[in-house]
Ligand binder design. Structure first.
Ligand SMILES: [Mg+2]
Length: 236
């Protein structure tokens, strides 16, 4: 599927738009900084070990819990690491930021009467902190989290339950995420329109998906007025 086809489908055919939070709507730099700088720093200080030592140890702990509910559960990490994770997040909340064109995109979706659903693996406490800081929560008809669905987006049951609670039709639904594995699961489940958000962090080069339409910025999905994108050429 080409970007033109996806853009046309979005405004003509799609009724529900599911969007990931971290990396897709919000700059992933916050999360990268948090888990690979701040937490190792605090862990090293608390345990009297070096920063590098703490980081190696933490990265192996993170890996053990990838693709599980623990991974996203900040209360789990508070217990596991002996650190107050919500308080630490609060400490650097000034780094939480929306990507360019996000608000315009969300507002266009509402103008066009689309149902807008956030689909995130993030813990509801993290979602609450981020919505408070960014003030974009009011655009969403619903927020579905991995904790509520009982498993992360990498697993099919997430989608089966999300479909029930959000009431979307797979054939008229678009899903946008910055994690290829999650998109693959959504595709297997049968979501018709799938978009890879390649620019997740403002401090990292964009990723690339060979399987799905790639966008760096939401501007690339803005509606056409005369057969061409209103936004002109895709942002580089
Ligand atoms: Mg993400």
């Amino acid at each position: 599927m080409k970007i033109e086809d996806v853009r046309k489908a979005l405004w003509d055919d799609v009724t529900h738009v599911l969007i990931d939070m971290d990396g897709t709507l919000l700059d992933k730099y916050f999360d990268d900084y948090f888990w690979s700088r701040l937490v190792p720093e605090k862990y090293a200080g608390k345990n009297g070990i070096s920063f590098d030592g703490a980081r190696d140890l933490l990265f192996s702990k993170y890996r053990q819990h990838e693709r599980t509910l623990n991974w996203t559960d900040i209360d789990f990490w508070s217990g596991e690491l002996g650190l107050d994770i919500p308080a630490l997040k609060e400490q650097i909340k000034h780094l939480i930021d929306v990507h360019p064109y996000v608000e315009e995109f969300l507002s266009l979706l509402k103008e066009h009467n689309k149902k807008v659903i956030m689909a995130t693996n993030a813990h509801y406490k993290t979602v609450a902190l981020k919505m408070k800081k960014t003030r974009i929560g009011h655009y969403f008809d619903r927020i579905v989290t991995s904790v509520d669905m009982g498993c992360p987006k990498e697993h099919i049951p997430f989608w089966e339950r999300a479909e029930k609670v959000a009431g979307f039709n797979r054939d008229k639904t678009m899903f946008i995420d910055d994690t290829e594995e999650v998109l693959q699961t959504a595709k297997r489940f049968g979501i018709r329109y799938i978009v890879f958000k390649s620019l997740a962090s403002s401090k990292e080069p964009p990723g690339n998906s060979n399987s799905f339409v790639n966008i760096k910025r939401f501007k690339e999905l803005f509606p056409s007025t005369d057969g061409h994108s209103k936004a002109g050429k895709p942002a580089s």
